[in-house]
Design a binder for this molecule. Sequence first.
Ligand code: HEC
Length: 155
Amino acid sequence: MKSCKLSWSLVAILCLVVAVFAYKFTAGEVQPSTDGRQEVKLTKDERNALLLEMRKWLQSSQAILAATSKQDFVLVANAAKASGMAAEADTPGSLFRKIPLEMKKLGFDTRQKFDEIAADAETLKDAQHTMTQLSTAMNNCIACHAIYRFAENVE
Ligand code: HEC
């Protein structure tokens, strides 16, 4: 009986640990911001890494537009790939639990959209199609910026 009680306590503790992790993963480390958005609390290095990523996304978007206007689809594909899933390797792992689920989804979806732009540029070579794809991808930029900002957490 004693060992039975012990194993139930273990199950309860494990459930609690899983629940805490699940909550952290979903909610992230956020606090309300003074401008009505949600502030994601990051260290200086994490914030700098994400802002660098952001500037790369802006650069890719411009490069895709410039290459599309010249019908250079090799360049379109290269510019889009620079911001695709492969570039996720540059993202610090510590961000995984700090970024709320909704933001993670928007971030991954944006990377996938850049990969789709690259793949379609290589196969379809259709400027109109690329522009529509980029415009749709950029709705993610707008959506995320409307909800979130980054705060440097002094620890
Ligand atoms: C998943 C959320 C998310 C998505 C998607 C997103 N951003 Fe951002 N971006 C942010 C946040 C948060 C900031 C910081 C804003 C703040 O702190 O006020 C930011 C900041 C930036 C900055 C400022 C960088 C700096 O050095 O200060 C640029 C440029 C930028 N984003 C471009 C883009 C572009 C272009 C896209 C779409 C291709 C995009 N972002 C998509 C969340 C996102």
